[in-house]
Design a protein around this ligand. Structure first.
Ligand SMILES: Cc1cc2nc3c(=O)[nH]c(=O)nc-3n(C[C@H](O)[C@H](O)[C@H](O)COP(=O)(O)OP(=O)(O)OC[C@H]3O[C@@H](n4cnc5c(N)ncnc54)[C@H](O)[C@@H]3O)c2cc1C
Length: 386
């Protein structure tokens, strides 16, 4: 693998670096700040990145992209993360867009992709239901054909950012007689319409980051179905777009690691106890591993190799590493550590306690750690399904 940047890549990195210093006033080693989760965009910042052409660098030009290699997209996203930039919209650009590129009609691509490349369209993901999480094939939401429309009825849960999304990327059962994987179809459902009720769910941080979404006789045109009727499952499970693994980038944790080291030094002799050295040294190695796991996944994607097992390793390792990192960081902050961002005495504006709590959910969302281990066994090691 080639880790060095080519001159044009370094030039792009430098341009992004300077732009971010001017825009955010931060650098790689600035103090950490409380982060929103990696799938909720800050709209204004997102639009600025879109205007620079940095949201869709690797997309084809005809859909508003830059037609550049995926590595360049990663370069920019790494810089944004190192500068503590707000999360980029993982839902629409990272998860939905690659699926649209693969399965949508030309008309549908033109309708959605350029808007997404500019950072102007947000999506939430309508997968999980009260009785269907890891076992998504058991979903019960129905979309029944009625003339040129489908009529949707059902309940989705844990729908991140539904309250601020323009569209829902929805999985629904179009064949009422079907069970399991057959009979599921995918839709783009405009969120601002009658029949959609968004009920907030408050999480561990006392934040309203996800919701229950109820669909009651919601009409969606046949033109909003993506892919063939009943072909939703193969779309959901396809190995499209390495972009989706960028949700779990170690880079977003770099400044916490830097902050932990800074704090340990500030604690003086006590801070440099054997225990602290052991923990911080170990975390630094783990950061490196998380970064390399991602680099390898990108490389495998570039070489058109099956990378789903590798992507599961990225997700599993990165999210569990984050929990270990924030636990150690919190302990280094002493008694003020657990204070939240609302308290002026909170170190790093409450970033560490905020991110400590936020890291809990990351090993559940987008597939639990147990599910990732299963995927690694099946996809990367070739073990049989149980
Ligand atoms: C922060 C966050 C954001 C989310 N955002 C969204 C969103 O935007 N849209 C959306 O649709 N969903 C979202 N989800 C839901 C998420 O996808 C599910 O929570 C997740 O897939 C697990 O499903 P579940 O909660 O029903 O748990 P279950 O599937 O019921 O799992 C319960 C336990 O059983 C274990 N388990 C289940 N199956 C297996 C297996 N085969 N092998 C071993 N162990 C197993 C799990 O690991 C877990 O410990 C979000 C979740 C979180 C935490």
């Amino acid at each position: 693998m080639e880790f060095r940047l080519a001159p044009h890549e370094e030039a792009l990195r430098q341009e992004a670096h300077e732009w971010l210093i001017a825009e955010l006033g931060t650098d790689h080693d600035s103090d950490p700040r409380p982060m929103p989760p990696g799938y909720m965009p800050a709209r204004d910042f997102e639009r600025k990145l879109g205007a620079k052409g940095w949201l869709a660098l690797s997309w084809p030009k005809e859909y508003g992209g830059g037609g550049r290699p995926i590595k360049e997209q990663f370069l920019v996203e790494k810089e944004v993360a190192l500068h503590g930039g707000p999360a980029s919209d993982a839902m629409s650009r990272v998860i939905v867009a690659p699926l649209l590129m693969h399965a949508a009609t030309e008309e549908q691509k033109q309708r959605y992709l350029p808007e997404m490349a500019r950072g102007e369209a947000t999506f939430c993901l309508g997968y999980s239901e009260p009785g269907s999480g890891s076992d998504l094939a058991s979903l019960e939401t129905k979309a029944v054909r009625d003339g040129d429309d489908y009529v949707i009825n059902g309940r989705k849960i844990w729908t991140s950012g539904a309250e601020s999304s323009d569209y829902c990327w929805l999985a629904a059962r179009t064949d009422p007689e079907s069970s399991r994987h057959a009979g599921i179809s995918m839709f783009v459902v405009p969120m601002k319409q009658p029949g959609i009720e968004i009920r907030p769910i408050v999480n561990l941080l006392d934040k309203h980051w996800f919701n229950e979404v109820v669909f009651e006789d919601v009409r969606v045109s046949v033109a909003e179905r993506i892919g063939g009727e009943g072909e939703g499952w193969s779309l959901l499970g396809s190995a499209l777009g390495v972009e989706r693994i960028t949700i779990y980038r170690a880079y977003v944790h770099w400044r916490t690691l830097v902050g932990a080291v800074r704090r340990a030094k500030a604690n003086g002799a006590e801070g440099w106890s054997h225990r602290v050295r052991q923990k911080v040294g170990g975390l630094r190695v783990e950061y490196e591993i998380a970064e390399l796991l991602l680099e390898r996944a990108v490389q495998m994607h570039t070489e058109d190799r099956e990378y789903r097992g590798q992507a599961a390793m990225v997700k599993l390792f990165n999210t569990e590493f984050a929990q270990r990192l924030y636990e150690t960081s919190l302990s280094l902050l002493g008694l003020y550590g657990p204070l939240t961002e609302n308290d002026p005495r909170a170190p790093y504006e409450g970033a560490t306690s905020h991110n400590f709590l936020s890291a809990v959910q990351e090993t559940i969302g987008a597939g639990t750690s147990e599910v990732q281990r299963d995927l690694i066994a099946i996809r990367a090691l070739g073990l049989p399904r149980g």
